[in-house]
Structure formats: C-alpha cells, structure tokens
Design a protein around this ligand. Structure first.
Ligand SMILES: N[C@@H](CCC(=O)N[C@@H](CS)C(=O)NCC(=O)O)C(=O)O
Length: 227
C-alpha cells in the first residue's frame, strides 16, 4: 500500500495531481495530510520529503518527492497511468512536463484556492498568453485524440496535471473556448475531483500567504469554505 503525503486540499495544487491520479485510476493509497499554516509544517515536511515540499509518495523504503516523478514511478507499476498509444503517450508526457515547468503566470496570478470565487482586477498580457496557450493545448489534445480526456478515451496522468487548472477556471471564472470549458467542467465532475473539492470546503485552517494573495489579484465574490 502506498502512502501519499499532501497538504491542504483548498490550496495545494501539486498535491492534487498524484492524489486525483491515484483515486481516478483506483490505485490504493493511504492519505496523510500535513497542513500549511501550522508552525511545525516545514519541520514535518522535511521528515517526509527531502525537498521539504509535498506531494511525497512513500512505497516501503522508497520515497518519491515530486509530482512528475510520482507519476513516472506509478507508471512503472500501473500500465494505465499514461496512454497506451505511443503518440498519445508522447503528447501526454510533453503536456504534463509543460505544466510542471511552465504556466508560471497562471500559477502565480491565479493560485489554487478551491473554495473562493474571485473576479480578477485585470488580466495582464503574460497571464493572457498562458491562458491562450492552455486553450490551444487542450483543444489540440481533445481534437487529436478524440476526447473526452486530453489524450483520448481514458483519464491519464496528463488530465491529473491539468486538474488544478479546472479549479482555477472555476474560482477565477476564466474564459476558455467551448471545447476547453467543457473539458474543465468534465474534470470537475469526475468522482475524484468532487471528493477533493468536498474535503477542501470542509477545511477551516487558513494559510496566511495564500489568504493575502487572493484579495491582491481580485475581488472576492464568495467564500464557500466552512468557518
Ligand atoms: N515541483 C514540485 C512542487 C512541489 C511544491 O511546490 N509543493 C508545495 C505545495 S503545493 C509545497 O510543499 N510548499 C511548501 C513550501 O514551499 O514550504 C512538485 O511537482 O511536486
């Protein structure tokens, strides 16, 4: 049985990726949530992950401490992690790596905070470029491999890598193409995303750095989280 260490479901976009991948593909794991916003969280992260960051996957005496490395580790053991077709697999790996190392403006300006609804004060050019690239990439995958998921008929790691973007689309009301918006909606409706979202809304612990970010970028229209 794997052990997956994650952080607050409201904020932790990197934690969401392996969590949603494993849940959606029915790969069993024990969840350990080490929240941000607690004095001791850094010290606790250092004991479960050499980088002091989550997610971290522990399998016996093996520790895998990065979301993309976790996807690859799981792929060596579970054939369903990447698409079976080599062309789709190459595309899915490229698109996942692009999210892992790119989309900086989207990640910084629209940080994940599942329970809020925010109207951005502005969409700077660099953010508009990231959103444009996102739409092109999603449209391309859906058209090329026939949907309903990014690299074909099945949910695979590339969908998990873009899952946090679906929450961002919902929180910030981002405008996408029809096909891309339908895909974001499809992700939000998967059983694993619904489960994560329900847990995120129940959280009462607030992480101040994340909380100050939200009103900096836009007007908070709604806060659906438990108090
Ligand atoms: N590249 C890493 C990023 C991990 C990361 O930044 N995790 C955040 C949580 S979403 C974290 O642990 N932050 C705690 C900190 O920086 O102290 C991955 O893909 O797993």
């Amino acid at each position: 049985m794997y052990d997956l260490y994650i952080s607050n479901k409201n904020y932790s976009s990197w934690s969401l990726r392996p969590w949603v991948l494993m849940r959606e593909l029915e790969i069993a794991f024990r969840e350990h949530l080490v929240p941000f916003g607690e004095e001791s969280s850094w010290q606790r992260y250092r004991t479960i992950s050499p980088s002091g960051k989550v997610p971290s996957l522990v399998d016996g005496d093996t520790v895998v401490w990065d979301s993309l490395a976790i996807a690859e580790y799981l792929a060596e053991r579970h054939a369903v992690v990447w698409p079976a077709d080599a062309r789709a697999r190459a595309w899915a790996r490229s698109a996942s790596a692009e999210m892992h190392s790119g989309f900086g403006e989207l990640r910084n300006q629209c940080s994940m905070t599942c329970g809020l609804r925010i109207r951005l004060y502005e969409i700077p050019a660099a953010l508009a470029r990231d959103i444009g690239r996102l739409i092109d990439l999603w449209n391309d995958g859906l058209r090329r491999f026939g949907g309903p998921f990014l690299a074909g008929a099945n949910f695979t790691a590339v969908d998990a890598f873009y899952a946090p973007v679906a929450f961002r689309v919902q929180t910030y009301g981002l405008t996408l193409s029809t096909a891309a918006a339908a895909y974001a909606d499809r992700l939000l409706k998967t059983h694993s995303m619904r489960e994560w979202y329900a847990d995120a809304l129940k959280e009462t612990l607030r992480d101040q750095p994340h909380e100050v970010d939200a009103p900096r970028v836009g007007k908070i229209l709604e806060d659906l989280r438990a108090t």
